[in-house]
Design a protein around this ligand. Structure first.
Ligand code: NDP
Length: 248
């Protein structure tokens, strides 16, 4: 049975990669999906077309998650068209890798801004309605780097560790209001974000992954859908590793 039947889901950064897979999978599980993107309009529209072609309902919306006004306009548009948001997936994320000693302040702040501040901005915008309705579900896409760290990833790891702290704190805060908040920490998933690292590192990278393979975006999407669904009704504040054993 479709586990998200009748729910309205907002997925940030859903034009490509993991976000696109989450949008398609949640739509397949009966959710009406809002496909948010920043730059990749054609790809976002094609995600919506795929969902509609499969008999689902979706809407596309351009908004930079770091821009409070753009996010507010998006959430108002969702409210107008669908009434509310049942499920929020904070997925939008970027990398700007580099060794700490040579990292520009811009590369530090841009990553923290999108990955952490952006999640806060979107969460704050949907939270009041969720609290008023005494129901809602938030899933944040963190990373194995949030806990393990990684050379060349200090900005990214710090942003994702912050996202986990936000997830746990918020989970405690809103649990009495019937809202669940969880995180998924992917390992190395085959998307645009990891193309360079996968190509540059070669076979020794695979040897670091206990399952000896990269993940597929759909494998992350299934975990996110599970956490967002009533199947996970007593789970809040947790982080689910989807990493083939990487980061253990
Ligand atoms: P991609 O680079 O493939 O896609 C990133 C998505 O985020 C795009 O849809 C992009 O939209 C969107 N995005 C970026 N900045 C913004 C912004 N300011 N506002 C709105 N949307 C934005 O990344 P992945 O699919 O690989 O990653 C998705 C999430 O998973 C990220 O949070 C990432 O950190 C996390 N993750 C990924 C891993 C991996 O191995 N791939 C591992 C661990 C975590 P657009 O193109 O339209 O600008």
């Amino acid at each position: 049975m479709a586990c998200l039947l009748g729910m309205i889901a907002l997925v940030t950064g859903a034009s490509r990669g993991i976000g696109a897979a989450i949008a398609r999978h949640m739509a397949g599980e009966g959710a009406t999906v809002v496909v948010n993107y920043r730059n990749s309009e054609a790809q976002a529209r094609s995600v919506v077309q795929d969902i509609e072609a499969a008999g689902g309902t979706a809407m596309v919306w351009q908004a930079d998650v770091t821009k409070q006004l753009e996010v507010r306009t998006m959430v108002e548009a969702i409210r107008e068209r669908f009434g509310h948001v049942d499920v929020l997936v904070c997925n939008a994320g970027i990398v700007r890798d580099g060794l700490t000693s040579g990292m520009s302040y811009e590369d530090w702040t841009e990553v923290v801004d999108v990955n952490l501040n952006g999640a806060f901005i979107v969460i704050r915008e949907v939270l009041a309605d969720m609290v008023a309705r005494r129901q809602g579900n938030i899933v944040c896409i963190a990373s194995v780097h949030a806990e393990a760290g990684g050379a060349g990833h200090c900005n990214y790891a710090a942003s994702k560790a912050g996202l986990l702290a936000l997830t746990r704190s918020l989970a405690i805060e809103v649990a009495p209001r019937g809202i669940r908040v969880n995180a998924v920490s992917p390992g190395l998933i085959v998307t645009d974000m990891t193309r360079d690292i996968r190509e540059a590192a070669g076979p020794e990278l695979l040897r670091q992954i206990p399952m000896r393979r990269f993940g597929d975006p759909i494998e992350v999407a299934r975990a996110v859908t599970f956490l967002a669904s009533p199947e996970a009704s007593y789970i809040t504040g947790t982080t689910l590793l989807v990493s083939g054993g990487l980061g253990l």
